[in-house]
Design a protein around this ligand. Structure first.
Ligand code: ATP
Ligand code: MG
Length: 565
């Protein structure tokens, strides 16, 4: 490719509204142009990278036996009514109306459409298992689109959906997809971790996320120092402490804490370690209120709490008036001692082994000291309801947990029969009986991967593409070609030769001075650069530099071709 015939539009200034490296660099390299919030045009340069990611994903999906199809991005409301998601999906669903006033949505995901396809196409167990995938544009009306294509409203996803006669077959395909994902991210040069994820509102059984490790990541993941245990922080189990609860030794005493509401204030005021305090959060239960008690230095994990039987499937703070009516005090002075019988008290495992602790007095401006479970405060149930912290023991019993930030680039999920049941997708089994199919779904954020790769691979000069996703593998930079026919000819010759050998090569024939030319090639991250100059030609060498290495090397023609092919 000759750069003079391409459209490259790099910019020097750092864009004001870009916060993280990948977003800044994608804009500076001219890969993206913003059209509206979270909606971008991929420039010719950006598209070259996007297509390379797509190609790797497609190749590995095909290798794993999945079959490509393409579903529409506009989907009729009726399908979404069948699963109840027209209402339940929430604000992310972009609803649109056609000229006949019929409602549609722009697809944020394709479970409904694929299940509709499956229920008409699949009739017999003999057609199973089958895994259909597509690489297609999605739209989600994200509350806070940000970081460019990292969290966009319109983005490219690979989504696959598998269909099975039974759970064992689903398990096997889930494993197959899990195993296919690692080579995809490895080939793309990403440092990633597969982590156990929350199955969330979708229900289902197993679920793993593939997280690219990066400080700018929006997700927090917990991983073991000693084993390959890793989980989304929401999911990571906090084990029960091995120590037994000591017997009470202090008597219960009410103390005035006139202005102290937070654990930090109370513990400083009373001279007690936050680890000896109980933090009580009151949330809305299925009926009435529920008290959640964690140790003062811990936080309630809302995802874990939402799964408690006492809660309605979500964890929402109760309002102050309801708390005051039930407990006689406001948040800041609530504790487990003397709560009405109607309020279940769910105690975290670490909080349950405390004795002689400090907790709210259920009377504004007071706390208790010397409080003890059972003797003074009722325990409805002990459960794991807190967020893990660094240093907690790993749930698999090996090592301790550390926390890192990650960017979710893939997600595999066992859906079970949820969609097939709701939409009546069944096949006949070998006895001629209708069986509702089992389903799995498997997503990859194709456009997000481009940004994630830059987060992991950049320096002061610009992007360092992992080779399989670089827009070109080699840049040829002729120096003062307009004054020198030999430089021109040699550049053309090398360009032709590498192109013929199937190497993705870019000839920078724009006639720029070396400084700006090199700056552009470094900014857009071309992995290999060859400089052709009068001086080099006289010495019979080419100046070669790898983008990831600081030094130039003078190579003979044979050495150069060897290095590049
Ligand atoms: P997130 O928690 O980041 O919102 P999600 O759980 O909603 O992701 P899935 O529904 O599993 O995502 O979608 C599959 C993949 O699509 C994700 O793993 C992610 O890589 C990508 N993806 C999801 N939302 C976006 C978005 N707004 N912009 C870019 N990529 C996205
Ligand atoms: Mg999302």
């Amino acid at each position: 490719m000759r750069l003079s015939r391409f459209h490259l539009a790099t910019i020097k200034e750092v864009p004001a509204d870009a916060e993280i490296a990948s977003h800044k660099l994608m804009l500076r390299a001219g890969m993206l142009r913003k059209l509206a919030a979270g909606i971008y045009t991929w420039s010719p340069l950006g598209l070259r990278v996007l297509r390379k990611v797509e190609a790797v994903v497609r190749e590995e999906m095909n290798r794993a036996g999945a079959i490509e199809l393409l579903m529409p991005s506009v989907q009729p409301k009726e399908l979404w009514d069948e699963t109840g998601r027209w209402e339940k999906f929430g604000g992310q669903l972009l609803k649109i109306r056609d000229r006949k006033d019929a409602w549609y949505c722009y697809g944020p995901t394709h479970e409904e459409v694929i299940t509709d396809f499956a229920r008409t196409e699949l009739k017999s167990y003999k057609q199973l298992p089958v895994n259909f995938y597509q690489i297609q544009t999605k739209f989600r009306d994200e509350i806070r689109p940000r970081f460019g294509v990292m969290r966009a409203r319109e983005f490219l996803m690979k989504d696959a959906y598998s269909f099975h006669i039974d759970a064992a077959s689903l398990d096997a395909e889930y494993r197959n997809m899990y195993d296919a994902y690692a080579p995809i991210f490895t080939r793309l040069g990403l440092a990633f971790r597969a982590v156990q994820a929350d199955a969330g509102a979708i229900g289902g059984n197993a679920s793993h996320e593939f997280q690219v490790l990066a400080d700018s990541g929006e997700d927090a993941i917990a991983y073991s120092t000693e084993s390959d245990y890793a989980a989304n922080i929401e999911m990571a189990e906090a084990l029960a402490p091995s120590a037994q609860r000591p017997a009470p030794s202090a008597s219960l005493e009410r103390v005035a804490t006139p202005t102290q509401k937070t654990i930090d204030d109370v513990s400083a005021f009373l001279g007690v370690d936050p680890k000896q305090c109980i933090k009580t959060i009151v949330v809305r239960g299925r009926e009435g209120l529920v008290a959640l008690c964690v140790r003062g230095d811990h936080e309630v994990n809302e995802v874990k709490a939402a799964k408690l039987d006492e809660l309605p499937g979500e964890s929402a703070l109760a309002d102050e008036a309801a708390i005051l009516a039930a407990t006689g005090a406001r948040p800041g002075s609530i504790g487990p001692v003397g709560l009405p019988e109607s309020v279940p008290v769910i105690v975290d495992r670490s909080a349950a082994v405390l004795a002689d602790f400090v907790c709210g007095g259920n009377q504004d401006g007071t706390h208790y000291r010397g409080a003890n479970w059972d003797r003074d405060a009722r325990v409805t149930r002990v459960a794991d309801i807190r967020k893990i912290v660094e240093g907690d023991p790993s749930p698999d019993g090996r090592g301790t947990l550390k926390i890192a930030r990650g960017i979710e680039v893939g997600h595999v999920f066992q859906l079970g029969q949820k969609y097939a049941e709701a939409m009546g997708a069944s096949v006949l089994d070998d006895a001629g009986k209708a069986v509702v199919m089992q389903m799995g779904c498997y997503g990859i954020g194709v456009s997000r991967i481009v940004a994630a790769a830059i987060e992991q691979n950049n320096d002061a000069a610009g992007i360092l593409w992992p080779e399989p996703m670089a827009p070109w593998k080699v840049a040829i930079c002729p120096i003062a070609a307009h004054q020198n026919a030999a430089v021109r000819e040699e550049s053309e010759r090398l360009h032709a030769e590498l192109s013929a050998a199937g190497v993705d090569v870019l000839l920078d024939d724009r006639g720029l001075r070396p400084g700006p030319m090199f700056a552009d090639m470094e900014l857009i991250g071309i992995p290999h650069r060859v400089v052709i100059s009068e001086r080099g030609l006289a010495a019979g060498t080419f100046e070669y530099r790898k983008r990831s290495e600081p030094e130039n090397r003078a190579l003979s023609r044979a050495e150069l071709l060897d290095a590049l092919k």
